[in-house]
Design a binder for this molecule. Sequence first.
Ligand code: AP5
Length: 200
Amino acid sequence: MRLILLGPPGAGKGTQARRLVQRHGIVQLSTGDMLRAAVKVRTPIGRKAEAIMARGELVPDDVVVAIVSDRIDQADARRGFILDGFPRTVPQAEALERILAEKGLRLDGVVELQVDEGALLKRLASRIAEMTARGESVRPDDNAEALKTRLDVYRTQTAPLIAFYGKTGLLKSVDGMAPIDTVTAAIDRVLSPEIAVRGG
Ligand code: AP5
């Protein structure tokens, strides 16, 4: 199964992707996680991305498209994957279509998590608390100023993907305001025809 999880910052994409990984034995491809790993070990991409990410802006399309294309080729992605945080712009979505076509693959669904903007700051505050409790360092973009930019970027550059995938018939929208388990159950429900076709 090959899926995209779409939603604003803090909508619960990572939370739900990790559950889908456990349920379906497929991998989570989070461009945010991959970029943070590159920042941590200071690769050329990481050094380029660091300040952009801290401001809450988007890393250039060509950089993330190349990362995703390489990652899809790895052996663990053969069974399927969940794209978490990619695509984020219409040019990224168009590039993904080309990449998948070249590799003879197709998408099974695009799940949009719908969450009120007012809830997002609260969710990020709870993530800061969770990370601090685990002794992890807080993300440099988890603050009110960067969140404002991330939301503006979502509205202007990522939200148009809802219409983009609406036209393909792949889009399924789920109420992301519900408790985490309820959201997971709703995702399972909207995906059940795809799961049935693919046998798991
Ligand atoms: P990325 O890491 O993708 O960040 P994001 O999209 O802003 O999303 P988050 O990770 O903040 O939130 P989430 O939706 O995964 O929510 P989570 O499950 O953690 O990207 C970071 C940056 O990298 C970007 O700003 C950009 O600079 C760059 N980047 C990445 N991809 C890129 C791309 N394709 N192109 C260009 N640049 C790119 O949940 C959040 C909190 O809420 C947690 O505490 C969780 O426990 C809680 N929670 C989750 N679900 C619920 C629920 N249903 N009810 C209550 N609480 C909940």
